[in-house]
Design a protein around this ligand. Structure first.
Ligand SMILES: *Cc1c(COP(=O)(O)O)cnc(C)c1O
Length: 229
């Protein structure tokens, strides 16, 4: 029951941020980050009308996807290794975490093999924080974007980032702004991007203010994760 209440509360919060800044709440997709969560917990999310779920481990997505009866959209949001791409292409409606040309090429190959057009986002590093994945060199970003443009089985539809884990709102905001600036720059060059995947439990209000179209929420829906299980 708690999960449904939490989702209702988050939807209310999304609406009130949108109202404040004149955005339409329907333009913001709520994605339930279900990593470490059980099928029963995921089904509770689906019963509340949210049909978007995200995993960050390739095998976990591969194992859980067939166990869900409803027709839902899976999102892959974790770091990808070449040999795990095969587990995520089939179930994923959207892969948020493409961070190299090598991975893009592998996704293209796998998507062709299963005869689909795979929607992807590029993961961008927008803060100085160490040990974080993501692209930051513009020539590399445009190289991958151009590869996608010329490919028939992979479609680049936007950008994703994770803000640094700090208490200072202005540092977090800066990181989201950086992503939006790159998004605008790419669109000025004709890449036709529509999605900005930014905002998690602790910072989705700021992300929406800065233009997010997809928020990835785990803890605020399910409670704290227990990695010991
Ligand atoms: C776990 C995770 C989230 C959700 O984080 P919460 O703080 O639990 O909302 C969002 N994005 C990515 C990439 C994640 O790995």
């Amino acid at each position: 029951m708690k999960i449904k209440e939490n989702i209702a509360k988050i939807r209310d919060e999304i609406s009130s941020v949108c109202e404040k800044i004149g955005r339409n709440p329907e333009d913001i997709k709520l994605i339930a980050v279900s990593k470490t969560r059980t099928i029963d917990e995921i089904n509770e999310v689906l019963d509340s009308g949210c049909l978007e779920c995200a995993e960050n481990k390739a095998q976990e997505l591969r194992d859980k996807a067939p166990l869900i009866q409803k027709d839902i959209n899976w999102h892959f949001i974790g770091h990808l290794q070449t040999n795990k791409v095969k587990y995520v292409v089939e179930p994923s409606a959207l892969i948020h975490s493409v961070d190299s040309l090598k991975i893009a090429k592998e996704i293209e190959k796998r998507a062709e093999a299963v005869n689909k057009i795979q929607n992807i986002l590029l993961e961008i590093k927008t803060s100085e924080e160490e040990s974080k994945y993501g692209l930051y060199k513009e020539d590399e970003i445009f190289e991958i974007a151009d590869f996608c443009k010329g490919s028939s089985n992979i479609k680049l539809i936007g950008l994703m980032t994770m803000a640094p884990f700090v208490d200072d709102d202005s540092t977090i905001r800066q990181s989201f702004r950086k992503l939006k600036e790159l998004f605008d720059k790419m669109n000025n060059k004709g890449y036709g991007l529509t999605e900005l995947s930014m905002g998690m439990s602790g910072d989705f209000h700021i992300a929406i203010e800065e233009g997010s179209t997809m928020v990835r929420i785990g803890t605020s829906i399910f409670g704290e994760r227990d990695y010991t299980k």
